[in-house]
Design a protein around this ligand. Sequence first.
Ligand code: GDP
Ligand code: MN
Length: 407
Amino acid sequence: MVWIPALVEVGLGVAALAPFIVHRISVGMWRKKGIEYPTTSTELPHVTVLLPVWNEALILEKKLDNLAAQNMRFSILIIDSASTDSTVSILHSWLKQNPDAFDTTTVLEMKERLGKTEAVRQALASLEEQKNQHLICMTDADALLPPNAILRLQGWFADPTVGAVGARAVRRQALSSERTHRSMFEMLREGESARDSTPFLEGSCMMWRQKGFASQQLNVHSNADDAQIATGVRLNGLRSIHDGDVHFEDIAPTSLEGQRRQKIRRGQGLQRLLVSHRKSWFDRRLGTFAGILRREAHFHLFAPVLFAAAGCTAILRWGIIGLAGMPNGELAVLHGSLALIELGCLTAWLLSRQGIRVPLLSTVGTLFSGMEHLLIAHWHSLRGRSLHMWDQHSDTRIVLAESEDLN
Ligand code: GDP
Ligand code: MN
């Protein structure tokens, strides 16, 4: 009897894991080619920076100072969703004191908070009314940029095939498990970009062509507005790429619980995005990008369920052995080998959950923690709970407001 759950477990484990290994190998090959930064000097479109804010009184001045210190000129559009702190008054007094900081300044004030994606939609819709064809650079209030960031991103658009570009995240105060997560995430984004496009960019600092994405394409009941835009740009026919040579800095939530909450929310946004584009998974016209979407769909939608099912069959096997006693011969070898693998996986997962990094185990641990977050995100969706409007991680604002040396 033991062999049935053992084989099912192996089957589920292999089905869950194989696409990760295949993608890792592909990405390793794709990355070797890299993408060339355009050097031709054509005239580049004007940049409008889009800054969505909600209750950012603690750090807004710092953010505006940081933007004003960029080594180029641009317009700015700030959208506030009925902040309940002094965000709006701080904004207006900063703008009064720094009237020449930006080419043009627009402030939109929503009457109620409907989530970040809706705020971004309204901001994009207002830009569409002006009929300009700018580059839009979206950035979060809690992300600080080095002085050349916007110019560097703008330079990519000398290449007419590029539709969206995202910067690399440098996360301050990150636990070591977060660092493993980051480096895995970046490697995938780089590889996918080199080959074709990446469906996921970080909204903390990304830029895209206005004509490459329409405001009505946003699903405002979902978060991950950044990935919605990156994927949308590619589906509209332009490339969406990750640039590892430009970065932004932000602060990871200071507690494990905070980091978990952030990852579950972002995970749900990516899951919904992938589901909503399920027709594109097999769209031949998309070439390699369809394959990339399929793999990401596996990672975010199917793998968490397969791993959980493998875990359940493991429990079942242990249960049978507990009742019927230890098997003999080959079955004992099979059971013993599985037990060792399970012990390794469990240790890796538990260490990663505690934010502890151990060489060799950290990749596996990060994978399993990621799967746990995605499984919880599935659970929220199943119960009809949408995480598109979230409580701010105010700890990160406090750390950022107090830090002197960021940049
Ligand atoms: P996280 O980094 O994913 O945890 O998200 P943040 O809480 O840092 O939010 C990212 C950006 O979106 C920040 O600039 C926030 O001020 C802004 N933001 C969050 N929710 C809303 C909202 O409901 N409306 C507007 N306008 N901005 C929002
Ligand atoms: Mn943030």
